[in-house]
Design a protein around this ligand. Structure first.
Ligand SMILES: [Zn+2]
Length: 80
């Protein structure tokens, strides 16, 4: 999936509340464990980098590394 498409999905999820606008408390990076990414809804395979985010209001969020970076940028862009 291309990055523009991912950014659009993330922006929609931020607007609808499916993704939170707050920063994560703790983040970990590691190999994917076959779980779904909360941003693009794709599976994070073992050959990809998964980012786990412990969030103050939500259960653990899992992202692809690239989706996490996109969420982090979009989240800050809407909080102006
Ligand atoms: Zn993703």
């Amino acid at each position: 999936m291309d990055l523009d498409r991912i950014r659009t999905m993330i922006r929609e999820k931020l607007e609808s509340g499916q993704l939170p606008p707050e920063k994560c408390l703790i983040t970990w990076f590691g190999p994917g464990s076959g779980q779904r990414c909360v941003a693009c809804e794709g599976v994070i395979g073992p050959q990809e980098i998964e980012c786990e985010c412990e969030h103050p209001r939500r259960e653990l969020l899992r992202f692809h590394q690239t989706c996490f970076a996109a969420w982090d940028a979009e989240r800050q862009a809407i909080r102006v």
